[in-house]
Design a protein around this ligand. Structure first.
Ligand SMILES: Cc1cc2nc3c(=O)[nH]c(=O)nc-3n(C[C@H](O)[C@H](O)[C@H](O)COP(=O)(O)OP(=O)(O)OC[C@H]3O[C@@H](n4cnc5c(N)ncnc54)[C@H](O)[C@@H]3O)c2cc1C
Length: 413
């Protein structure tokens, strides 16, 4: 009797667990190692926000959300599109729904039931989970060494998948400690940087104290030629939220290139300047400027205070001047919030370090998937979709390499 090929998966986040499921289904004997005491910690954290699994928007718009779409990621998304992820969740007893913003969530609106059902399925497939084992070395020939409670062990296998995540929220397990291990083997990496992170602002103390935690709704931010509409929250340090996160890459780039970045905030993106000026001109002369902005434009106290904060002095009284300010509040960005507070990580294993099927060219037999790869997308479900899609693609390539039947193609986009 021939033995089942032995596969080691390192990282029990969504990428590692999904590849483990696919490979075990294809007939491999799979062991998953993770440095934490329990699996899927970041996925469970994501579940606190409802677990935005993917997005329902059409294919072209969906694909355009990624900063760059390397051919391997593009092919992975085609082979494992949002419908496939939704079908998978439904198969675990967690059907999904499309929220008002087009984002897709499990009906339970949290991650824990999905993770429970998933771990039970993995156990049924014979997948072993070895927790509290940190990958500490990758030998030139590809052997993996783990440090566990009982010391070091070298684990032999027929193929391995690294799914070690990025370096945001290191308390959840992914701390980016893998970078020197791969660099030592000549694998090309781009430095890990914050993505979907907050930006810092030089708020006055009074503004920060009064308005931290308050939202700015239905606004648009612009930097250079990139615009993002949506919501942001004022924080003690600056601004955070989807509309800021979506501009992560150009903000980072501007800071790196020019040492400075400037956000332009449009507080009324559905009205043009002339329409705003007309409304302002029609206000009752006796009203204070705050009352005028509230009554004619429905601006919130925090939006009005932000106008004053940015103007650094009295607001213009003429309707055209005030309208111009409402449409373009200039906000200098002195810096961004650190990587450990970001939602996700940019940088990581470069796509040109990979051969066909997510295999490291410098370490044959070792494949990579998930957030540790150098792709970048916004919040809205794009992170988990790419995580699952790259795991599916890597697992399919590994199955072929091991002479197993690769998992059948999933749903079409
Ligand atoms: C607060 C928050 C909310 C989020 N919400 C969403 C959301 O709603 N929708 C969305 O699409 N995305 C969301 N994300 C992003 C999403 O959770 C990640 O993109 C996703 O978890 C990446 O999966 P992964 O498997 O690649 O890595 P991870 O989930 O980070 O898993 C990597 C695993 O590798 C292990 N590991 C790391 N190094 C080692 C080592 N040396 N040895 C052994 N094990 C190691 C870690 O312990 C970890 O378990 C959110 C992220 C955060 C922080």
């Amino acid at each position: 009797m021939t033995r089942a090929p032995a596969v080691v998966v390192v990282g029990a986040g969504p990428a590692g667990l999904f590849a483990a499921e696919r490979l075990a289904t294809a007939g491999a004997a799979v062991t998953v190692y993770d440095r934490m005491p329990s699996p899927a910690r970041k996925l469970l954290l994501a579940g606190r926000g409802g677990l935005n699994l993917t997005h329902s928007e059409p294919r072209a718009a969906f694909r355009a959300r990624y900063e760059a779409l390397p051919p391997l990621l593009s092919a992975a998304l085609e082979a494992f599109p949002p419908a496939a992820l939704r079908a998978w969740a439904a198969g675990l007893g967690e059907p999904t729904f499309v929220g008002t913003s087009g984002r897709v969530f499990p009906e339970a609106f949290k991650a824990s039931p999905l993770v429970r059902a998933w771990l039970a399925r993995l156990a049924g497939l014979g997948v072993s989970l070895v927790m509290r084992h940190r990958l500490v070395e990758i030998a030139a020939a590809g052997a993996l060494t783990f440090e566990g409670p009982e010391g070091r062990t070298v684990v032999p296998c027929d193929a391995a998948l690294l799914a070690l995540g990025g370096a945001s929220w290191p308390r959840m397990g992914s701390d980016g400690g893998w970078t020197p291990l791969l660099e030592a083997r000549g694998v090309a990496l781009n430095s890990l940087r914050p993505s979907n992170m907050g930006v810092e602002m030089d708020w006055t103390e009074a503004f920060a104290a009064r308005f931290a935690g308050q939202p700015l709704k239905s606004v648009a931010f612009r930097i250079d030629d990139r615009t993002a509409r949506g919501e942001a929250t004022i924080t003690a340090q600056g601004l955070e939220g989807g509309a800021i996160y979506a501009l992560s890459a150009p903000i980072r780039e501007s800071l790196a290139t020019h040492g400075a970045a400037r956000l332009h905030l449009d507080l009324k993106p559905d009205l043009d300047g002339a329409a705003i000026a007309r409304r302002l001109a029609g206000a009752r002369p006796k009203d204070s400027l705050s009352a005028v902005l509230k009554k004619t434009l429905a601006l919130t106290p925090q939006a009005i205070a932000l106008l004053r904060e940015a103007a650094g002095g009295p607001l213009p009284r003429d309707p055209a001047g005030l309208a111009a300010l409402v449409k373009d509040v200039v906000l200098p960005v002195p810096g961004v919030r650190p990587l450990d507070r970001a939602i996700s990580t940019a940088g990581g294993v470069r796509f040109d370090a990979l051969g066909e099927g997510f295999e490291l060219a410098r370490l044959p037999g070792i494949f990579v998937a998930g957030e540790m790869l150098d792709w970048e997308g916004p919040t809205g479900g794009y992170l988990l979709q790419a995580t699952f899609a790259t795991a599916a693609a890597a697992a399919a390539a590994m199955a072929v390499r091991l002479g197993l039947r690769p998992p059948s193609p999933a749903a079409r986009w």
